[in-house]
Design a protein around this ligand. Structure first.
Ligand code: NCD
Ligand code: ZN
Ligand code: ZN
Length: 419
């Protein structure tokens, strides 16, 4: 079969290294089948899933059982980030690249993240074991016990503080500073997830410039919404970490275009409409976003940087959304580039399409989108995974995605200079 890509871009298939597809145990929020359809429709061909499921991914047995559950349900290829609890640190010593090359550490907790590492001695051990075993840590770096003079923001209806009064911006800054100190002492490769504030971004960029093996991610929603959108969207944009101010968003965009940010991850974290409708402190944080990742960031790029050639926007997206996540997590021998000999994962993307996002377009199980009513620029017309069309105008392909193997990371991929 021949594909017609005339007038459009061909990009490597997106590797979304931050999704919560909720298997096992939380399938009322999302199923792997629905999540992977949303992924395919968004140009994503590989996902790396987070471990905060029920039960959480704290054992090798569960990793194999989980792969079994997903088999025959996934349109896209997949990997897992392993999880850790204070009493399961030794399990990390048995991890093989087959199972995971990365471990998610929650430094704060909330509704869907009960396995928090609070004890500093345990955090030290996790960093030491990860360094010894060539594992990359992916971190939810917030500290919910920190308040400081930085938190001058008063709770108000259009402020994130209305939703996160106990989790001020200084908590993220302090946690990021802790991560950088741990990386300096142990040499562990660390990737800080969903960076939301200007201060966190600046701290991490400085640590990278100093040669530490630290990298970071930001998300489409932190690039697309600000606290003032809370008035309109309420708990729909309640997130952990919170959506912050305009000056934070501007700093994050600068970090994206200067490639201080290493990856863009959707943090696809769906909840049911009933859960999101609970009054303020009880609405769980998180929104679906795997389908919107590529299009939302492309839309932001063309609006904010209209003078930059489209070719440059596309090259930037292919690095942040494919090449770099592949390199960080040991998938670069198979994925992340349009090079001969690798998996034929690619996206045909129409950069001139302008279209209205609505919940009817959303393929996540509880079909809704925080971007409802947005006019997106750019559309994923065709998604091809290992040579098979999994999304085009006729609909979806078959759920025959595979649990991918990865290569061992080794120190050379841990160093950001090679990424
Ligand atoms: C995530 C979830 O619901 O699983 N929520 C979120 O707001 N990001 C958990 C997480 O990544 O912290
Ligand atoms: Zn998180
Ligand atoms: Zn997450």
């Amino acid at each position: 079969r021949t594909l017609d890509a005339a007038g459009r871009y061909v990009l490597p298939g997106v590797i979304d290294s931050h999704v919560h597809f909720r298997t096992p145990g939380l399938t009322h929020k999302e199923t792997w089948y629905h999540g992977s359809r949303a992924a395919a429709a968004g140009g994503v061909t590989t996902v790396i899933d987070m471990p905060n499921t029920e039960p959480p991914l704290h054992s090798l047995e569960l990793a194999y059982a989980k792969a079994e559950m997903i088999s025959g349900q996934s349109l896209v290829d997949y990997r897992f980030h392993f999880g850790v609890r204070e009493d399961t640190v030794d399990v990390l010593r048995d991890l093989t690249p087959r199972v995971a090359t990365s471990v998610k550490v929650f430094m704060t907790g909330h509704h869907t993240a009960p396995s928090v590492i609070r004890d500093p001695a345990v955090l030290d051990r996790i960093f030491a074991v990860a360094a010894e075993r060539d594992l990359r840590l992916v971190l939810h770096a917030e500290d919910d016990g920190v308040f400081s003079l930085l938190d001058t923001h008063r709770p108000g209806p259009d402020s994130y503080d209305a939703y996160e009064p106990h989790r001020p911006r200084s908590g993220g800054i302090v946690a990021v500073a802790k991560v950088i100190d741990l990386v300096r002492r142990h040499g562990t490769a660390a990737h800080v997830l969903h960076v939301s504030s200007a201060e966190e971004s600046d701290l991490l960029s400085a640590a990278r410039a100093a040669g530490l093996p630290v990298t970071y991610e930001t998300t489409p929603h932190h690039l697309s919404f600000t606290a003032s959108d809370t008035r309109r969207l309420g708990a729909r944009i309640r997130l952990s970490p919170a959506i912050r101010e305009e000056r934070d968003q501007e700093c994050l965009w600068r970090a994206v275009v200067s490639e201080q940010v290493t990856t863009l991850g959707s943090d696809h974290a769906p909840h049911t409409p009933q859960e999101k409708a609970r009054p303020a402190p009880d609405a769980p944080p998180g929104l679906p976003g795997v389908q919107e990742l590529l299009t939302a960031v492309f839309t932001g790029l063309v609006r904010r940087f209209p003078d930059v050639p489209l070719d440059d926007h596309m090259m930037l997206l292919s690095r942040l959304c494919a090449a770099r996540p592949a390199a960080l997590f040991g998938l670069d021998e198979r994925k992340g580039a349009l090079t001969e000999g690798r998996d034929a994962d690619f996206v045909v993307f129409d950069p001139s399409a302008n279209w209205l996002m609505s919940s009817r377009e959303a393929h996540t199980k509880n079909t809704w989108s925080a971007y409802e009513g947005w006019t997106f620029t750019g559309r994923v017309d065709i998604t091809v995974r290992r040579g098979a069309v999994i999304w085009d105008s006729h609909g979806f392909g078959d759920p025959d995605g595979q649990w991918l193997d990865a290569r061992p990371l080794g120190l050379e991929t841990a160093r950001p200079a090679t990424v």
